[in-house]
Write a protein that binds this ligand. Structure first.
Ligand code: AMP
Ligand code: ZN
Length: 464
């Protein structure tokens, strides 16, 4: 039985799906104007974990994560770069998938692009207009009429009247109500536009998700996810749009469960592009090294519970690397047997109980640590197999252990020829030039490389 914390209702509940055995899940994806930062990476990794886990326990998961390829920031950036919006978004979408692959994010079942669904957006807007829930203002923009939607505020628990009081509206605003939000923006010079019965224009942000979700998954879904910041107004507005098209008083719900991932912070502040306090995933991976970086960042992002904030620092990354290295060294010393995951096994059972309790990854990792200690004691290939299989459900421990351990030193190895230095040291030892042998060992040690002299004169090395 999978338990999930539902933002709508603010409590944990058992997952029951619309179609038995099938999960329809929609997650708000990236806006493709730039490389994504590790704050974004956290949210995407959280839902990759959810996708993998629900699949592991037997659900067929229909997972949609959209690409937002039209918005103000994209238009601005394309203009600044002197390229077309399409050139920019095509390039950045490819970069997004490249980076996501390095983080071992599985490809969603569908990755719709907003600009391919303009007709679906317009269909919803027209439907809302027919029902008196949307109106075209004098300036040509089409707005959602928030007063017409009774449940407005139910997700974010905001009171519309209080929101109105806090809202400052320009005197010349075309809105009837300060809370009304734009569905269709009338065409401006030098901006992309699509024809419509409302005149040329482009969609507002919120309508994209309602439309892509409906087009790919249908009107009602099981799980809707995103980062904490999307609760209001984005998700509140998605509910208003989608449920606004349902029969009045039908009691029908857009999404049964709303999941929101906590932020990744830096110096206790949300990492964000606008604050400028961000590191792109690409930069972090390039700095770490190429072979094991993705799994290291993945570990850093998943070892905290998805509803707890995490504070990012380079030390934490180093720590995550060390921990993973510990697992891989254990798997290198005892090659895992190929096993079928048996959920009756006490470790597997404990792991599953943790994951079924609102995806408690810290508790699940604690089980993996216990298993590793057991493996270091027993050197049992079955235990190694179980460790690999359980870690695998969350996207860990699938690399060749020797390659991973060696890979930990790759970036260093690129700067200095470690193998050549090790050979030179061994030659020096043979010639009883212990001073030289010692000097080389010290030099490597300074670069973070540890040497292990094995029987038979073989020397292995790894990063500290
Ligand atoms: P964006 O590309 O800015 O629309 O964001 C894509 C996703 O990343 C959204 O689900 C955001 O909620 C999420 N996100 C943005 N910043 C952070 C952060 N610092 N920590 C966690 N998630 C974030
Ligand atoms: Zn969205």
């Amino acid at each position: 039985m999978q338990i999930i914390y539902n933002t709508l209702g603010r409590q944990k509940q058992t997952l029951t799906t619309i179609d038995p055995g099938v999960v329809r899940m929609y997650v708000c994806g990236p806006t493709v104007y730039d490389f994504f930062h590790i704050g974004n990476a956290r949210t995407f990794t959280t839902f990759d974990m959810v996708f993998r886990w629900l699949t592991t326990i037997g659900y067929e998961v229909n997972y949609v994560r959209n690409i937002t390829d039209i918005d103000d920031k994209i238009i601005e950036r394309a203009n600044a770069n002197n390229e077309s919006m399409e050139q920019l978004t095509t390039r950045m979408t490819a970069a997004f998938f490249e980076d996501a692959d390095r983080l071992k994010l599985l490809r969603p079942t569908h990755s719709p692009r907003a600009t391919h669904h303009i007709d679906h957006m317009l269909a919803i807007i027209r439907q809302l207009e027919e029902r008196g829930m949307a109106y075209q203002a004098a300036n040509g923009d089409v707005y959602y009429s928030v007063r017409e939607f009774v449940g407005y505020g139910k997700l974010s628990r905001k009171n519309p009247d209080e929101l109105r009081a806090g809202e400052r509206v320009a005197v010349d605003s075309a809105k009837r109500d300060p809370l009304d939000f734009v569905l269709w923006k009338s065409a401006k010079q030098n901006e992309p536009q699509w024809p419509s019965t409302f005149g040329g224009g482009r969609p507002g942000w919120h309508i994209e998700c309602s439309a892509m979700c409906k087009a790919v998954l249908g009107e009602q879904i099981d799980i809707h996810g995103g980062g904490m910041d999307l609760q209001f107004p984005h998700h509140e507005n998605e509910i208003a749009q989608t449920e606004g098209t349902f029969e009045k008083n039908s009691g029908k719900q857009f999404a049964k469960v709303w999941m929101h991932g906590a932020f990744l912070n830096i110096d206790s502040e949300k990492m964000s592009k606008s604050l400028g306090n961000f590191f792109t995933l690409r930069d972090v991976l390039n700095k770490l090294d190429t072979v094991q970086g993705g799994e290291t960042v993945r570990y850093l992002l998943l070892r905290g519970h998805y509803r707890s904030e995490i504070n990012y620092s380079w030390d934490m990354l180093e720590d995550a690397r060390q921990t993973l290295l510990g697992f891989y060294i254990a798997l290198k010393e005892t090659p895992p047997a190929a096993i079928n995951l048996d959920w009756a096994n006490p470790y597997a059972q404990k792991f599953r109980v943790a994951m079924e309790d609102d995806f408690d990854t810290p508790a699940a990792f604690a089980v993996l640590h216990e298993l590793r200690r057991e493996l270091n004691r027993s050197k049992s290939a079955e235990t190694a197999g179980l460790l690999k299989a359980l870690g695998g459900t969350l996207g860990f421990f699938q690399d060749v252990p020797a390659a991973f351990v060696q890979g930990a030193t790759q970036s260093v190895a690129a700067q200095m020829d470690v193998d050549a230095l090790v050979a030179e040291r061994n030659a020096a030892k043979k010639n009883k030039d212990f001073a030289r042998a010692d000097a080389i060992r010290k030099e490597l040690d300074k670069a973070g490389i540890v040497l292990e002299d094995k029987p038979g004169g073989v020397t292995e090395w790894r990063r500290k």
